[in-house]
Design a binder for this molecule. Structure first.
Ligand SMILES: [Zn+2]
Length: 329
């Protein structure tokens, strides 16, 4: 298992400036009218047992008591999302991805090995390619897959075109992608948590896959060690960016509702949880109660730490879940 840490993939500049940037972007959003209704039903499992969870940056997040999905309620409007994704936050994020480019490659190396185990040749569509870290990792792996990219940001597309002139690039939202082309594999990295109409999105992915094709995606896992300890302070409670936060149970419900079969769910990066919780517990003792004195003491020990990270990975309880779902043949 690779030793990926929180500090390696979240640069110091990002950690320092993120909250300030989020408040700034949120202020602009709150000046806009949001016509979206407050939902009284969970969009994943349709339960009515939804309750207030936490407020962040002036946005309310609710939690479903049944499938435990956490979601923005009401969902931000298209106008608010457009302002968020085209404002200074996007530029800040692209710069931060550029700064952590090489440190992020190892995260994709594992995922690419898994992809190649399922799909060796054919057509792959990467949705939300951003500045192309995954594409670079895929190229370095000498893949035989042909790559198409779908990326709504014009700025990111310019960078992608310069770096990879040979790939087929759609500067579009997924919904606007032509439906004639069908894919053997679709990849979507840490993006599904940004999607507000999850049913329309999932349907579109399903329709773009060939029968027997695979959808590979990753997203934060709220049923994880780091979320259990960080609770409502978790750094990824980040509306209007993160507006749908999943767990393995809610993912399973969504996938089955749309006709996918789940081949595998993995949480390969337990070391990320440990390094993030290390940071939190060093900054404040308010997390000690969640952590418990046993874990607090033993996580000082390097050997225990390594074994514990491994355990989080093998029991699907680390903070980022990698899902392999298949459209029936
Ligand atoms: Zn639910």
């Amino acid at each position: 298992m690779s030793n990926i840490t929180f500090d390696a993939i979240h640069t110091q500049t990002k950690q320092k400036k993120l909250t300030e940037m989020m408040h700034q972007s949120a202020r602009v959003c709150h000046e806009m009218h949001n016509p979206n209704p407050v939902l009284n039903q969970c969009s994943i499992c349709q339960s009515n047992n939804i309750n207030f969870h936490v407020e962040k940056f002036g946005f309310r997040l609710d939690r479903c008591d049944d499938c435990e999905q956490i979601f923005c309620n009401p969902m931000p409007s298209h106008e608010q999302l457009a302002s968020y994704y085209n404002g200074p936050m996007k530029e800040f994020e692209n710069q931060f991805f550029a700064d952590s480019f090489e440190n992020r490659i190892p995260i994709f190396s594992h995922r690419i090995n898994v992809i190649h185990n399922y799909v060796k040749q054919g057509l792959l569509l990467d949705i939300g390619s951003a500045i192309g870290i995954f594409i670079e990792a895929l190229k370095r792996s000498n893949t035989e897959l042909s790559i198409h990219c779908c990326e709504p940001s014009a700025d990111a597309c310019t960078r992608l075109k310069q770096r990879f002139p040979e790939i087929n690039l759609y500067n579009n939202w997924l919904q606007d992608l032509p439906s004639e082309e069908k894919y053997d594999a679709i990849t979507l990295w840490d993006t599904i948590e940004h999607i507000e109409d999850i049913d329309i999105f999932t349907q579109k992915v399903f329709s773009l896959l060939k029968p027997g094709g695979y959808w590979f995606f990753s997203t934060p896992n709220t049923h994880s060690f780091e979320w259990q300890i960080a609770g409502k302070d978790h750094v990824q409670l980040l509306p209007p960016g993160h507006i749908n936060l999943f767990n393995p149970n809610s993912i399973e419900i969504l996938m089955h509702r749309h006709g996918f079969n789940i081949s595998e769910m993995q949480t390969p990066n337990g070391t990320l949880d440990i390094s993030y919780i290390d940071k939190l517990t060093q900054s404040s003792n308010q997390y000690d109660e969640h952590l418990g004195s046993f874990l607090k003491t033993h996580l000082q020990d390097e050997n225990f730490k390594q074994q514990f990270a491994q355990l989080l990975s093998t029991t699907t309880t680390a903070g980022n879940v990698f899902v392999i779902a298949r459209k029936p043949a």
